[in-house]
Design a protein around this ligand. Structure first.
Ligand code: FMN
Length: 355
């Protein structure tokens, strides 16, 4: 059955406690991706508010070197939220105490990660199966924090039927906002997002709700806000190789014509800039290997680049990566990226047009 979209007012700004964000769009927490370089790049393209990758509270307390790298930030990387995960109240309290004076606008808690290595220890989305424990962890964090505490949840473990109960439980524990990934733990990252369940979450609480899931274009961001009434959206995979998504979303939310997709030459320039930031931050060897995935994402949607993409696993030095970027520029040049239609999109857009 097709259902007409509800005409929700799209909130012009997002307010979380004392934190004001002028547009209802944030960059989501993305482990292995949303490091300082990625955030800085996206901010240059209009992203205003970002989350760090998830940080293990215990490793932070134990001064793990890798974990401390995840905290890297600078004055221009503001406002920024840090995301913690864990299930031990003592480590969470100590971690919050250590973070209190580090300039983070919010401290977020992960009750959403579906990965086996995380949930098998009772962390991440596993906490959705034990709401009293989740609440007690959040209460510890709220008590210790001098900035608002927020939480990232999924709609449930195996089913979305209790999504609003989860939302009420975390609000009751004192969080200042709920970020909801509109899938269950069992769905992982596949299948379409559940707009109805996100809407139930929004209606169940008074604190702001930020929705995550399939924000791959301006159209889909607008659709999420219209269909669910949430206060903001979080951009995740949609920003992979695509910092231009922020201007697309801002235009879509303002009802303005969508800006054109970036041309090959613009993408090549951006890749070079991004690569430079990664090398400065992490050293050539690590940065170049890590940048391979970005190369694949940036070059998506162009024809004639298959061979370059296949050979990326052999690229090991900065000059080689730059050569690869220039080869892409040579092929793609003035061509505009073709927007890939994700599975969810045609169905939802058609539904909107029919209505
Ligand atoms: C590579 C990757 C890493 C992620 N890391 C985190 C994380 O550290 N913390 C978190 O709350 N969510 C994490 N997520 C989930 C995203 O923030 C987002 O909720 C999810 O991808 C759904 O949005 P999308 O369908 O628009 O990508 C991650 C997702 C991906 C694909």
């Amino acid at each position: 059955m097709t259902r007409p979209p509800r005409q929700f007012r799209i909130t012009p700004m997002l307010q979380i406690g004392p934190v004001s964000i002028s547009r209802p769009v944030v960059l989501a927490a993305l482990a292995g991706v949303s490091d300082l370089s990625f955030r800085t790049l996206n901010r240059a393209f209009g992203c205003e508010f970002a989350f760090t990758e998830m940080v293990n509270a215990r490793s932070l307390c134990e001064n793990n070197r890798h974990t401390h790298q995840l905290l890297a930030t600078h004055a221009a990387d503001r406002p920024l939220a840090i995301q913690l995960f864990g299930n031990d109240p003592d480590y969470l309290e100590l971690a919050v105490n250590r973070l209190n004076d580090r300039g983070f606008a919010l401290i977020d808690f992960n009750a959403a990660c579906p990965q086996r290595k995380v949930v098998k220890d009772g962390k991440g989305a596993a906490l959705l199966r034990d709401l009293p424990l989740l609440q007690s962890l959040l209460r510890v964090m709220v008590r210790a924090a001098r900035v608002p505490v927020t939480v990232k949840i999924r709609l449930g473990w195996g089913t979305a039927s209790g999504a609003e109960n989860i939302a009420r439980a975390v609000e009751d524990a004192g969080v200042a906002a709920v970020i909801v990934h509109g899938r269950t733990q069992a769905q992982g990252y596949s299948g379409v997002v559940n707009y109805d369940a996100i809407e139930r979450v929004k209606k169940a609480v008074r604190v702001p709700v930020i929705a995550s899931g399939d924000i791959f274009s301006g159209e889909l961001a607008r659709l999420m806000m219209e269909r669910t009434g949430v206060d903001a959206v979080a951009v995740a995979r949609g920003a992979f190789g695509n910092p231009w998504i922020f201007r697309q979303i801002y235009a879509a939310l303002a009802g303005e014509p969508l800006p054109r997709q970036p041309a090959g030459v613009e993408i090549a320039d951006t890749m070079r800039e991004h690569l430079g930031m990664c090398v400065d931050a992490r050293g050539e060897r690590t940065a170049v290997v890590d940048f391979r995935k970005f190369y694949i994402w940036y070059t998506k949607g162009f024809t004639g680049v298959k061979q370059l993409r296949c050979r990326i696993s052999q690229v090991a030095t900065r000059p080689q990566m730059e050569e690869h970027i220039e080869a892409f520029r040579g092929i793609a040049q003035a061509r505009e990226r073709k927007v890939s239609c994700r599975k969810a999109m045609p169905q939802l857009v058609v539904e909107r047009e029919v209505a």
